[in-house]
Design a protein around this ligand. Structure first.
Ligand SMILES: Cc1ncc(COP(=O)(O)O)c(C=O)c1O
Length: 417
């Protein structure tokens, strides 16, 4: 059996796969099992912020692997590498008095935040935003808008209310005496890179405070320089201090790791046993996260992402002008962009055509293709990516709709230097 057949017969596929066997990656590139290379505009769903197999991550992981693998932050022992990571995080968090607990995934961070908010406030209600995505556990599925993921699992948890993203009036009306928390992304990622007005979070902060409601800001996709600032909420003019800040993806550049930071006030109300997990804050993840965050800060990656983002936005807008019948809208900031296409069929055609050209993009629901390059992608690589995208749009505009994954991506045309 080849790899594809083995996965099809013995694995469980929760996603429609493309005809690609990804074997290794280095920097901005990924190679398939046959040795063909692709430029990666996905970062594995916005995760590999330093690119694939970056030496600082490899070194951090192997050095820690030779020392100690397991010592959870819900366990009884302190950890030197975790202490260093907590200190490094002080350079990042919006309020220095925030306390952090490390977890294993974005959904777990949000799930814990929702759970803790209910306990601390003694209230049950959670408000979330249409188009938002916060994970696939029961708590987080309930506050996410993805009807197809929820199908078959209904009813979800009670006491949740959706409000329009970016609409403070609707939020104000929804907040009630039983609202424990608002959970919101500063820029909706899975929702298609939706950017609210610049003062939306500040207004949400004020409304929550007035109502005794805790504010959970989900920076899982947008955090750690992805949008050209350390956190996306820092694009607002006012300093936003959330009660909970959830982080994952870029925090450890590809090692499964996540974090939940809470305000000093919230921290005081958390008790032993309120949350925990066997692998939470494990030393391997701490070591990799420490290396990633130090690198991002030492190289001022936020500033270079902001610059690259300006170029990429202009290049994608030009592309839209070339293919107005295919690209309905271009949205983004820093190195997170969405191309709004006509429908999901067009997304599939574009995804397959991109692969044929030697480029990996992220197909998303609702006619959206997301572009999430490594934050270290060079100008030449970004330029090449846009050129490959152009080629893919030309291909997709004439290609027969494809829903059977049969396109042969063998002869891709990627050329770097
Ligand atoms: C904003 C946001 N929150 C939460 C999640 C869930 O994170 P994870 O897949 O690590 O559980 C995601 C994943 O895409 C996300 O984009």
């Amino acid at each position: 059996m080849n790899v594809q057949e083995t996965e099809q017969q013995l694995g469980i596929g929760f996603c429609k796969r493309q005809p690609l066997v990804a074997e290794r990656g280095e920097g901005a590139l990924v190679w398939d099992a046959a040795g063909k290379k692709y430029l990666d505009f996905t970062s594995g769903w916005g995760v590999t912020c330093l690119g694939h197999a970056h030496p600082v991550m490899r070194n951090a992981l192997s050095e820690q692997a030779a020392k100690l693998w397991q010592n959870p932050n819900s366990g009884f022992a302190y950890s030197p590498v975790r202490a260093q990571l907590l200190e490094e995080l002080q350079n990042w968090l919006p309020a220095p008095a925030m306390r952090t607990f490390f977890v294993n995934s974005g959904a777990e961070a949000n799930d814990a935040a929702i759970k803790l908010a209910r306990k601390i406030t003694g209230r049950c209600g959670i408000v979330s935003t249409s188009g938002g995505f916060h994970g696939r556990t029961f708590n987080t599925l309930t506050v996410s808008v993805n009807q197809s993921s929820a199908e078959g699992f209904l009813p979800l948890l009670p006491h949740n209310q959706f409000v329009r993203f970016g609409d403070p009036g609707e939020l104000e009306a929804a907040l009630g005496a039983d609202t424990a928390a608002l959970i919101v992304e500063p820029i909706q990622g899975e929702g298609g890179v939706q950017i609210p007005a610049a003062d939306y979070l500040a207004q949400a902060r004020a409304l929550c405070k007035a109502n005794g409601t805790l504010l959970i800001i989900d920076e899982i996709q947008t955090g750690f320089c992805r949008t050209g600032k350390p956190f996306a909420m820092q694009h607002e003019n006012a300093l936003i201090e959330p009660d909970f800040l959830t982080m994952a993806k870029g925090i450890a550049g590809g090692f499964p790791f996540a974090a939940l930071a809470v305000s000093a006030d919230v921290a005081k109300q958390i008790n032993v046993g309120d949350h925990g997990g066997t692998y939470c804050g494990n030393p391997l993840g701490c070591a990799v996260a420490l290396a990633v965050l130090r690198y991002l800060r030492a190289h001022n990656v936020a500033a270079s992402v902001a610059e690259k983002g300006k170029w990429l936005g202009a290049a994608l807008t030009e592309l839209q002008q070339e293919f107005p019948q295919l690209i309905v809208q271009v949205r983004g900031r820093g190195l997170i962009w969405a191309l709004q296409l006509a429908d999901d069929d067009m997304v599939q055609r574009l995804t397959v055509a991109s692969m044929a050209s030697g480029l990996l993009v992220t197909p998303t629901r609702n006619g959206i293709v997301r572009i999430l390059p490594s934050l270290l992608m060079s100008d030449d690589e970004l330029e090449l990516g846009v050129a490959l995208l152009r080629k893919a749009f030309s291909r997709a505009s004439v290609a027969v709709p494809s829903d059977n994954n049969t396109l042969d991506c063998g002869a891709n045309e990627l050329q770097i230097n």
